[in-house]
Structures are given as C-alpha cells and as structure tokens.
Design a protein. Structure first.
Ligand SMILES: Cc1ncc(COP(=O)(O)O)c(C=O)c1O
Length: 429
C-alpha cells in the first residue's frame, strides 16, 4: 500500500472515520499529548513511520512480539498456512498441535479452548467459574486490567489507568464485581470472610502489568490462593501479558502456584489474534459442547494465529529466549536507571522477565496503586516525546510497561540506552 501522507494528515483523516481516530484508546496519545505517529512497517526491534523514520520499539504491540516484529521463522509458518488454509470453521490439526504443546508444558493446563483475544478469554473463564460454582460475584484487584469485559471495567488499568470506580459508560453488570487492593492480605481476608460464599472466582494478573508493573510478593499470592480455596472460590490467573513471557509456564510457573483457570493472549498468538482459556479438566469439561457453559467463535483457533503462536513458542523454547531475555532486561533496566542518575533525573526502572517500567524513583517497591507517588505521571509525556525525537518509541502512557524482544540485541539496547540518556535531559530535577 502506498502511503505518502504524513502522520498528521492520516490522523486528521482517521478522526473522521474512527472514534478518537483510533481502534484502541491508548494509541491516541491522549495521555502524552500530540499527534500519534502512523507506522508503515515493522521489523525486528524497529518500527518505521510513514515518514520513513525508524524507531527502536519497546511497545512491541503491547506484548505479543516476544521474538520481535516479523520474526523469519514465524513468518515462514504463517506463509505456509496462507498457502494451506485460512479459516475453515471446522476441526483441523493446527490448533490441536498448539493445544497439545501448551498442555504438555503447563502442568495445571489439562484442557484449553482458543478464542480470538485476551478479553474473550477472560469473559469465558469468568463464565466457567460462575457455571462451576453457581455463584455470581467476582473479586478483582484495583490496578489489574482484564480486557474490556463489562464486569471487569472497574478499577482497571491500561487505557483506563487513573480513572476511579466504574470506569466505562454503557456497563450494566459491574455490580457483581468486588474490588480489593493489591498487596493487602487483611483487606482480602475481610472480603472473603464477609462475602466468600457469594464469590465464584478471584481473578488477578499474577504479575500486574497494566497499571505500571506492580510486582506482588509470592506470600501475598500464595495467601490469596489459599484463602480462596478455603472459601470454595476458584482462582483465575490472567496471564495475557505474563504467559509464555516471564517463564515457560507463565507467572504461575515462576511462583510455583497453580490456579484453577488461566487466561492467555498476546505471546500465545505470535502477533496474530489469539487468546486462550484453560485449566483443570473438571472445570473445562463444563464448556460446550461437553458441558452447559456456552462459548463459541467463528474465527476461534484461527489456523494462521495458532501456527504463528506455535512457531513462536517452539523457537523461544529452542533458543532459551525467555531466560536470556530476563537477563538482558535486568541489565538494561539497571543500566537505564544508572543513565537516569547520570543525566540528573530522579527516575528508575522496575522489571520482571522481559518486562520493564520506567517511573519516578520511590523509596519502596510499588506494589499497589496506593504506593503510587503523587508525581507518577509527572514528566513522562515530556520524556516520551524526547525519546521519540531520539529514535525510541515507548508505549504512549506513563502506566504502560515496555517489552524487550529477542530482536533487541545487546547492540540495539546499547543504542537505546544512549538515546534514552539524552532524552532524560528533560527529566533533570
Ligand atoms: C492482563 C490482561 N488481560 C486481558 C487483556 C485483554 O486482552 P486483549 O487486548 O487481547 O483483548 C489484556 C490486554 O492488554 C491484559 O493485559
């Protein structure tokens, strides 16, 4: 496709035909200001704008691209599938292979159902939990985002970060949602004691990564799971971001804690639309057509997506990508923190696996939205635009995390450090 118009012109055109000019809110640059960059191409660690400028990309499509953009092995699998079948709406061996791969790698994943997005995966997992328990309430955590499922649009993060209470108009069933603060065992125990019998499931991102990176203590998650089990409440880990990224078995594997149900998205589809929910067979057997919990989808388990996902996961496993990226990211985060200090900026970098979050320095780890410093958003918009000028594209919000991919070689990361150090000039105290 020929694209000779500038980002500004394309955005003007887009504003006329799409709400806010975008198809997902964070893309609109609302929280950093300015006009969104229109990108024409992606390759490895880079995005190229319609104007022909190349940027080192740490947004990585908000997480799916663990191998980087257009990885050649994933591309080969997709090209082969394009010549074989696109969507057949019938049984096929391609999703079977991915399902067998996933269930052979994740011990508590005894059965899995593929859908087309993380949101769908969450929506379906919640329905299974309600079907399994006959209860209606769902407990979620302040600062965890679970997609745009109606009942989950309370105290969420991502594009909604910063809003209070029920975050969306047009939502009628959020009254079934209870919200607890992260990292607060007493508050959680109180909710369990008072409402435990009504709660079908507790859902959480075991690595909350949509409202900054709010790394939880293993003790908190373990106590939460034990408390839920005492009250007959199902535990759903939402691993749409952390799954197959922070550990081959997701955050569950990293923590050595098994949920009853799990949701996946992003990495599992290798950059194509795919989500999954799964868990213990006794719960998954409730899903139609085995059981009474209805769930279906025209494009579910799309072969292009499942082939891309499997090619991604196999390559990552073969090369030890997850483990190598964890080390690379830890070094990058430490180096970037040091560069901030060198530039006279009182900012730092939190990280876990290949995920990092840039934020103002605080004296203790930020584990819940209550720990946010007053100046959290602070100068991020200025820094974002300074980074863009220096050739680095971060996700356009102070609350979004960054992703290091296999394509971010040490040389590219070194270049990014130099660029971000220069950008940090705008953060000088
Ligand atoms: C933890 C988590 N759950 C669910 C979702 C929703 O996934 P999707 O955007 O594919 O619908 C996201 C998306 O960012 C997510 O991070």
């Amino acid at each position: 496709m020929e694209n000779k118009q500038s980002s500004g012109t394309l955005f003007e055109r887009s504003l006329k035909v799409a709400p806010g000019g975008v198809h997902s809110p964070v893309r609109a640059f609302k929280s950093v200001g300015g006009t969104p960059i229109f990108f024409a191409r992606s390759e490895g660690a880079y995005l190229e704008s319609v104007e022909g400028t190349r940027y080192i990309d740490f947004c990585q499509s908000f997480g799916p691209m663990i191998l980087g953009h257009r990885d050649p092995d994933v591309k080969a699998a997709v090209a082969d599938m394009l010549d074989t079948a696109w969507s057949m709406g019938a049984c096929e061996p391609y999703s079977l292979e991915l399902a067998e791969y996933l269930t052979s790698r994740v011990p508590f994943l005894e059965a899995v159902r593929f859908v087309s997005s993380g949101t769908e995966a969450v929506m379906s997992a919640l329905r299974v939990a309600r079907g399994a328990t006959g209860r209606t309430k769902i407990l979620k955590f302040d600062g965890c985002y679970h997609g745009h499922v109606d009942s989950m649009l309370v105290k969420a993060g991502s594009g909604l970060a910063g809003a209070v209470a029920s975050d969306s108009a047009g939502v009628s069933d959020a009254q079934e949602t209870l919200v607890a603060p992260l990292n607060d065992l007493a508050a959680m125990e109180k909710i369990f004691a008072e409402r435990g019998k009504e709660i079908a499931a507790v859902i959480l991102e075991p690595l909350p990564a949509n409202f900054g990176l709010l790394v939880q203590t293993p003790e908190f998650i373990r106590a939460l799971v034990e408390g839920a089990r005492r009250h007959g409440i199902l535990v759903i880990f939402d691993e749409v971001i952390s799954g197959f990224r922070v550990h081959p078995q997701g955050m569950a594997g990293k923590l050595g804690i098994e949920p009853d149900l799990v949701t996946y998205g992003k990495v599992v589809g290798g950059g194509f639309p795919l989500g999954a929910f799964g868990g213990r067979k006794k719960y998954m057997d409730l899903v139609a057509p085995s059981g009474p919990v209805y769930q279906a989808g025209t494009l579910s388990a799309n072969p292009i997506s499942t082939r891309a996902g499997l090619a991604t996961l196999r390559k990552a496993e073969k090369l030890g990508v997850i483990e190598i990226l964890e080390k690379r990211t830890a070094k990058f985060a430490a180096d970037l923190s040091a560069r901030f200090a060198k530039a006279g900026a009182d900012w730092t970098v939190s990280h876990m696996g290949s995920i990092f979050w840039i934020h103002p320095k605080v004296s203790a780890p930020i584990r819940s939205t209550r720990d946010f410093p007053a100046n959290l958003r602070g100068d991020f918009p200025k820094f974002f635009h300074a980074a863009v000028k220096e050739g680095v594209y971060l996700a356009p919000s102070a609350f979004e995390v960054g992703f290091v991919s296999w394509a971010h070689s040490e040389e590219i990361l070194a270049k990014a450090l130099d660029a971000l150090e220069r950008a940090a000039d705008v953060l000088k105290g």
